[in-house]
Design a protein around this ligand. Sequence first.
Ligand code: UD1
Length: 429
Amino acid sequence: MDRIRIVGGNRLNGTIPISGAKNAALPLMIASLLTNETLTLDNVPRLADVAMLKRILGNHGVDCMVLGKRSGQNGMQGESIELRAGDIVDTTAPYDLVARMRASFWVIGPLLARMGEAKVSLPGGCAIGTRPVDLFIEALKTLGADIDIEAGYVFARAPKGLRGARIVFPKVTVGATHVAMMSAALAKGETVIENAAREPEIADLAACLVKMGARISGAGTSTIHIEGVDRLAAARHAVMPDRIEAGTYAMAVAMTGGDVLLEGATAANLEKPIEVLTQVGAEITATNRGLRVTRNGNGLAPVDVTTEPFPGFATDLQAQLMALVSRAEGTSHIRETIFENRFMHVQELARLGADIHLDGQVATITGVGKLTGAQVMATDLRASVSLIIAGLAAEGETIVNRVYHLDRGFERIEDKLGACGAAIERLSG
Ligand code: UD1
């Protein structure tokens, strides 16, 4: 298993290209199931989760072709892939594939909408809480599906097709909003989704579906209107930049000090993290090439932050912020409200010398003068990158074990940080 070795203490200076967003690429790839024509996606990040989803879609009969390099492109740019679900040969998504990545459960919507049936294993993914699927099931039932849960599988049937309806989510959920929107795109009649997730990735999926011929308005707000159509067609769409990756590198620069351009990042999707980082002591300015992050080397200020659905502070940046304020001059509080078990990085950060006290869903972080390198273990995707951020500022050598979690969501992190002056390398095997 690969490990990452970091020797802390270097400032970051240079340019980091921001990849396409994992959390947009996955639903966009899944949307290919909705049509028998070709969906071409550009700026797809090279990530383990993307590779995994290619396998899952392939099992349903989707041909996936990665386009070759084009003139003017370099290795830091994402892939262009063509996905063609000409014939869906299998409407079952088996346990051994779905258990590895929660988002693969989302195929249930397009399969059901297009084929009238789907049998999908209950999901796995990061161990950050129980993450049930009740809200997906309620939404699909509202659209007219019959659902049974048996032997770890969800069986969904709608032999006469789905019909438009009013779906009111009792709680904001990104995944179930994606699934409801994709399913309703091919349902008969009008669907209104209320209390929809407002994450920018929802709007990115909607933009692609509209290019495919769907009739959707309001995506990105909490009320989405969808007028079902009979069929969707070929389209080409570029995956939006990864706001979580951008926020993560912004925190890394805030941690080490320096001056880095996050190429391709946009302030519009990062308002809350920018507000928090500015409070902590970073300076962030929008340029026509991306976001420039600097810190002059003065001490870091503590913050009080609560994770919330977008546009609030993202739970996917919580671990990274905790690593950052572990070096602040004073006491910070971070309340996690999205997932009940998303503090697994706390004990690993403590191994590096962080002083963190957990009380239920609230972490109290008392800033320490220095962190010291140690062996640590990555436990989930965002937790693992928080250990990298801490390692960049720790004295001496930090070894992050089990980096496969990192490879699920961060493209070439050691290359991107290394190019800006970090002493970081991957140790294979
Ligand atoms: C997505 C993101 C993930 C991010 C999360 C919250 C992707 C691929 N993943 O995950 O990176 O951390 O949004 O921003 O985009 N819930 C239920 N019942 C359900 C569905 C969800 O109770 O049927 C709960 C979850 O347990 C959680 C909350 O709703 O407590 C939010 O989850 P959700 O927004 O659905 O997260 P994901 O879509 O899995």
